[in-house]
Design a protein around this ligand. Structure first.
Ligand SMILES: [Zn+2]
Ligand SMILES: [Zn+2]
Length: 213
């Protein structure tokens, strides 16, 4: 299993990175990205600290651990600057916290994220058709999330992604160990999102292709 959106207590997750990675391995993961929330106040802190341990955790826990970040509530006008900074600091997976249906994220965040050069637009909520078309063109993956609340936009995102050829990814946005993926959770989310097993194979391939970029 692969999951490219998770949090540790470097932001608002409850686990130290080593425990998150160990638990992911036990849950059957082969790949995990740690993508703590950041803005300009902590972007360097998060990426530098995560980067320090990914190699050792990958080696000793025998799981591919990837340094990432989730650019969160950065004003849309500054998202591109944050993405550039994150790449420079060594983030391999850059997620942008999208316009979730359950949070007052600034309007225009989805669009700015797609244009920013990020990898994944997380929980894009009731994203517009124009933005889905743009995501397809810019090869930004749109997230199907297992997270409660955020997931209310899943079937909308899945439907428009199919219509316009945008690529999807499934992530957990894990904040606590019970949020990690398992087969039943995957089945439930696919069903709720009107996606089938073949869609899921494509979704997983999109994630593996992304980490090889
Ligand atoms: Zn988020
Ligand atoms: Zn998140």
């Amino acid at each position: 299993m692969i999951d490219l959106h998770t949090h540790t207590f470097f932001s608002d997750g409850v686990l130290i990175p080593s425990e998150l990675v160990s638990r992911a391995k036990t849950a059957g993961y082969d790949t995990i990205a740690i993508t703590d929330h950041c803005d300009f106040s902590n972007i360097e802190f998060i990426i530098k600290n995560i980067k320090q341990i990914t190699k050792d955790l990958s080696k000793y826990y025998k799981i591919n651990v990837i340094t990432g970040c989730e650019i969160t509530y950065v004003p849309p006008e500054l998202i591109k600057k944050a993405v550039r900074q994150a790449r420079k600091l060594g983030a391999k997976i850059i997620v942008v916290h999208g316009e979730s249906p359950v949070e007052p994220v600034p309007k225009g965040t989805n669009r700015a994220a797609i244009l920013s050069g990020c990898d994944i637009l997380a929980h894009p909520g009731f994203i517009t058709e124009a933005d889905v078309k743009l995501a397809a063109k810019k090869k930004v993956l749109l997230e199907i999330t297992t997270r409660n609340g955020h997931k209310n936009g899943n079937s909308h995102v899945a439907k428009l992604a199919k219509k316009y050829g945008a690529k999807l990814i499934m992530n957990t946005d894990t904040h606590a160990p019970e949020n990690l993926l398992n087969k039943n959770l995957i089945k439930k989310i696919l069903k709720e999102s009107n996606l089938n097993h073949n869609d899921f194979i494509k979704i997983q391939n999109n994630a593996y292709r992304l980490i090889r970029r």
